[in-house]
Write a protein that binds this ligand. Structure first.
Ligand code: HEC
Length: 212
C-alpha cells in the first residue's frame, strides 16, 4: 500500500515538475535541473559526500558519483534512495531528512533510467525581482540545506533578512555564487547554480537588495 502511495506521488510529482518546454517529454525528470540540486543541498555538508570528504567513498555532487549509488530503473534497489528512507536515515542528525517531494523526484529519476539529462532552460525573467518571490526560493533550493538550518555550515545563516544582509554587504553572496576569488565557491563542492538563478540574485542585489 505504502509503495503504491509513493509511486502515485512519484508520478504525480514528476508530472508537476516536468519540463515546461512543449516539445519535451512531459514526465521527464532532469538530473541537472531537478536531482543534483537536491543532493548538493542535502548530502554535500562538510565531512559528508562532497568532493573533498567523500564520506564512505561516496560523493554526490557529480553524475558519475551519484550513479555509483543507483540501480537505474529500480529505485527500491538503489542505495541512494533506500539510504534516505531506511534506518539509519541519511542525512543523519542534525541535518533534516529529505521531504517526500524530494524523495519522489529522486525515485522518479531512477525509474526513468537515471539518465545524465538536462532540460532546456526556461526563459529568464529578471524584471521586478523580489526577495520573497524570487530570491528566497532559489536560496532554499540550492543553499538552504547548509545555510538555513539550526547548525548553518561555516556559521553562514540566511534565515532572516538581517543575517542575509551581512553576506550581501560584504560581497560574498554574489562572489560565492559567481565563483569569484577570494570567496569560497558555492554551493560548496558543486558546480555553479543555473545562470538564470544567478542573474535573478544579481538583479535583486543591483536593485538595492530590498526586503521585499
Ligand atoms: C553542502 C553545503 C553547502 C551548500 C549547499 C552551500 N554552502 Fe555556502 N558554505 C558552506 C560551508 C561549509 C561554508 C564555510 C566556508 C567553506 O568551507 O568554504 C560556506 C560559506 C559560504 C559563504 C561565505 C563565503 C566566504 O568566502 O566567506 C557564503 C556567502 C555562502 N556560503 C553562500 C552560499 C550560497 C549563496 C549557497 C547557495 C547557492 C551556498 N552557500 C550553498 C556550505 C554550503
Amino acid at each position: 500500500m505504502i509503495i503504491r502511495k509513493i509511486l502515485l506521488i512519484v508520478f504525480g510529482i514528476s508530472w508537476l515538475i516536468s519540463c515546461k518546454n512543449e516539445t519535451a517529454d512531459p514526465v521527464e525528470v532532469c538530473f541537472e535541473r531537478d536531482v543534483l540540486p537536491i543532493l548538493s543541498n542535502s548530502c554535500a555538508y562538510n565531512d559528508c559526500h562532497n568532493p573533498d570528504d567523500r564520506a564512505g567513498g561516496i560523493q554526490l555532487t557529480t553524475y558519475n558519483g551519484v550513479l555509483r549509488a543507483v540501480t537505474p530503473n529500480n529505485y527500491r534497489a538503489s542505495k541512494l534512495y533506500t539510504s534516505m528512507v531506511t534506518f539509519p536515515v541519511m542525512p543523519p542528525k542534525p541535518y533534516d531528512r529529505l521531504g517526500v517531494e524530494d524523495l519522489s523526484i529522486i525515485a522518479a529519476w531512477i525509474e526513468q533510467g537515471a539518465k545524465n539529462n538536462s532540460c532546456p532552460p526556461a526563459n529568464c525573467d529578471t524584471t521586478n525581482v523580489s526577495l520573497s518571490a524570487d530570491v528566497r526560493p532559489i536560496l532554499s533550493k540550492y543553499c538552504g540545506g547548509c545555510h538555513m538550518t539550526n547548525n548553518p555550515q561555516g556559521n553562514v545563516d540566511f534565515r532572516t533578512y538581517d543575517d542575509l544582509r551581512i553576506y550581501v554587504d560584504d560581497g560574498s553572496l554574489t562572489g560565492s555564487i559567481n565563483h569569484i576569488s577570494p570567496w569560497s565557491q558555492m554551493p560548496k563542492g558543486s558546480g555553479k547554480i543555473p545562470a538564470c538563478s544567478i542573474n535573478i540574485i544579481d538583479a535583486w542585489l543591483h536593485n538595492g537588495a530590498l526586503n521585499n
